[in-house]
Design a binder for this molecule. Structure first.
Ligand code: ADP
Ligand code: MG
Length: 694
């Protein structure tokens, strides 16, 4: 149950003054639906209106606040020309310039002969000072209303800066001091403010430095988020330790049958990973293991071996994929293999309906169906297992701790195996998994050809299109990836659709488009058309998984590659080079490529070693190129900065461990009880509830 003192923060944004249904929607898109989401939407810039020069000494190019007398109005002479209001301060003149302005409004706001305080960007045009569309025009008696320091927020289409500032003023009014959940010694050492003070300070930056993640208020908030995360993970571990596991032992019969049906042998690293998993499963403690390996390194087969072990032991196993497409793909690969061993495997996603669905559910419950593949529908719906012993989660950073717990709760002492293709370094893994056991698949299955990777400026797009044309003529299958990075998803989509239209001009019916806003059936149809070769060129945004296994695909073009995280580029590239043919990856970059950006792309050209790429990425990002977590492929943090707060991670982990060692139920000490607030604040409270349930 959420503590009452947090209710005002979890209220919908529409509970704030001035936020109606229209703004409510926009805020939900921008930050999230609740007051708290808005509070976590930190400013990215600062407008400083403290410069108050006399016009004679004012320098164009910056934000100024001037006190002027309105001298004359010069309405627009015709459509398209501006309405100009001439003003003066005794030392010089300034023109206030308005396009498409309403004359009645201007006459009222700027009456001739009156003094006004005007703030905005001062420019010079044809030798005259001017302010186009001033940000503020106030009468003298309203001068207190002028914000001298104005935070700047990321916006979404349709939302004005004033909307955000007004709503935030309301939201900040709800921020009251909460019981301190941080260790007093840590607070002192870091000179951090309390939570309420930190939130307020983060929204009232005094200078540019206050916008940086290194600022004490931002570090405090970042630490709170990291600690909530580590605490939730530590609670899960504690929970798993408290609940005994059960030994799962098999005779190897099913495995032998499947391996005999495969046209290849396991690689040494697959064999090692399977041995590590076997040892976990056979022991009486529960398995919590991460299987880390590049796209195409053969994780799925390792997962299948683990699932077969559960089946051999007479229990059930489920594999959960992050998307419908991936679930279907896993099913398509694994079903024939299971058949070879005479074993049934089922599929359950949001799209299985009616009698087929009922049959799967009934067989799961009776135990007739030993293996299951599905999406999050596995835990959203009333799915009951006869005896679930192993949950495999194909992680793509989409499942939170909470959801993992839900799946594990569907059985008794469920062993958990998580697969990830993100080669994030060990230190950062902590954020997603806490201390987990790790198996790695560093080598790729034999026979893979290296991908020829090139970087090309966007100005040469026409040549790239010509090269794609030649590849298509030779029968190649091509991915064309459009980035998803702009402020609004809509704008990204427009860009992808424009690219689709342009490529269609060249290649006609061979082109297909997939993006995240498409309905699942349409998306699946487009993917299937590409997989079968009916469409040879697939334009895609990264919201969708380019994750379908199409070994025939040999060319990938990635537009504005510099905007992606390296890990993400690496994963995308892993979609080609899967077949016997040689593959090519073209990274197109824009004109604004920085030196660091150039170096980052160069790494991809040099190596296909995911772990090296991850390390280099971290090094370069540490050197200043700070990327959002969305791009870096790390779990989504809203306040913590993966690069700038990396040093706090280990601190948070140790802190969490120590706290739980003293107060495992977070109820015996004042700090423990305060930490419950923290977990609620970051919606990690499910970890506690499971602990109580177990
Ligand atoms: P991942 O899940 O790590 O992305 P997959 O399990 O999908 O990788 O494997 C990619 C491809 O490699 C599949 O077509 C699979 O059949 C094949 N593969 C897996 N293991 C081996 C192996 N030991 N030798 C040859 N091919 C393999
Ligand atoms: Mg896979």
């Amino acid at each position: 149950m959420r503590p009452p003192e947090l209710f005002p923060l979890f209220a919908p944004v529409s509970s704030l003054p001035g936020v109606g249904p229209k703004l409510e929607k926009l805020f939900a898109t921008l930050a999230g639906p609740r007051v708290l989401d808005l509070l976590f939407h930190l400013p990215t810039g600062l407008i400083d209106r403290r410069a108050r020069p006399k016009l004679a000494e004012a320098v164009a190019g910056g934000i100024v606040t001037v006190e002027v007398t309105v001298e004359a109005h010069r309405p627009a002479r015709r459509q398209g020309l501006p309405y100009v209001v001439r003003c003066a301060d005794g030392t010089g003149f300034v023109d206030l310039v308005f396009f498409n302005a309403r004359p009645d409004w201007l006459a009222e706001a700027l009456p001739v002969g009156q003094v006004r305080i005007v703030s905005g960007r001062l420019d010079e045009w044809q030798g005259r000072l001017q302010i186009t569309h001033p940000d503020h025009v106030l009468a003298l008696e309203q001068r207190d209303r002028l914000p001298l320091l104005e935070p700047v927020y990321r916006l979404t289409e349709g939302l004005r800066p004033a909307n955000v500032r007004k709503a935030l003023a309301g939201a900040l009014g709800r921020v009251k001091p909460l019981a301190e959940w941080l260790d007093p010694a840590l607070l002192r050492r870091e000179r951090w403010p309390g939570w309420a003070e930190a939130v307020k300070a983060a929204h009232h930056p005094e200078d540019e430095a206050a916008l940086a993640p290194e600022h004490p208020a931002r570090r405090r908030l970042g630490y709170d988020e990291l600690l909530a995360n580590q605490l939730a993970l530590a609670l899960v571990r504690l929970h798993m330790k408290r609940m005994p596991g059960r030994p799962l032992i098999g005779d190897g019969g099913l495995r032998r049958a499947v391996l005999a049906a495969l046209p290849f042998k396991l690689t040494p690293s697959q064999t090692r990973a399977i041995a590590e998993i076997d040892a976990d499963m056979a022991s009486t403690t529960r398995m919590l293991r991460l299987l880390q390996g590049d796209v195409g390194s053969g994780k799925t087969l390792v997962a299948l071996m683990a699932m077969l072990r559960a089946a051999e032991a007479g229990a059930q196993a489920a594999l959960m994929a992050p998307t419908e497409i991936l679930a279907r793909q896993h099913f398509a690969t694994l079903e024939p293999l299971c058949k070879a061993a005479g074993l049934r495997i089922g599929l359950l996603t949001g799209r299985e309906k009616g009698a087929a669905r009922e049959a799967v559910l009934a067989d799961l419950k009776s135990g007739a169906l030993p293996l299951l593949i599905g999406t999050h529908a596995l835990f959203q719906e009333q799915v009951a297992f006869h005896d679930l012993a192993l949950a495999v989660i194909d992680e793509q950073h989409r499942f939170g701790v909470h959801q993992r717990l839900l799946l594990a709760a569907k059985g008794v002492a469920v062993d958990v195996l998580v697969m990830t293709a993100t080669p994030i370094p060990r230190t950062l893994l902590l954020t997603a998994w806490g201390d987990m056991d790790i198996s790695r698949l560093p080598e790729k299955p034999p026979g893979r050809k290296p991908v020829d990777t090139r970087t090309i400026p966007m100005t040469r797009a026409e040549e790239v299109i010509a090269a794609v044309g030649r590849a298509l003529a030779k029968g190649a299958r091509v991915y064309w990836v459009c980035p998803l990075v702009a402020e609004s998803e809509k704008a990204d989509l427009v860009a992808a659709e424009a690219r689709y239209a342009a490529l269609k001009e060249h290649f006609g019916e061979a082109v297909a488009l997939v993006h995240g806003q498409m309905k699942a059936p349409a998306r699946d149809a487009a993917m299937a058309a590409f997989a079968s070769g009916r469409k040879a060129l697939l334009v895609a945004t990264t919201v969708i998984e380019v994750g379908v296994n199409v070994p025939e695909a040999t060319v990938m073009v990635i537009e504005q590659a510099e905007r992606f995280g390296l890990a993400q580029l690496h994963q995308l590239r892993g979609r080609i080079g899967r077949g016997a043919e040689r593959s090519t990856c073209l990274l197109l970059y824009g004109a604004a490529l920085t030196d660091t950006g150039r170096q980052r792309l160069a790494i991809l050209r040099e190596t296909e070693d995911g772990f090296r790429i991850a390390d280099e990425d971290l090094r370069l990002r540490g050197a200043g190129e700070v990327l959002g977590t969305r791009q870096s492929g790390l779990p989504e943090f809203r306040l913590a900065d993966a690069a700038a707060h990396a040093d706090l991670l280990a601190v948070a982990r140790d802190d969490a461990r120590l706290v739980l060692a003293r107060d495992p139920d977070l109820s015996a000490t004042p700090r423990g009880r305060a930490l419950r607030l923290l977990l609620h604040l970051f919606e990690r409270a499910a970890a506690m509830e499971t602990l109580q349930a177990g």
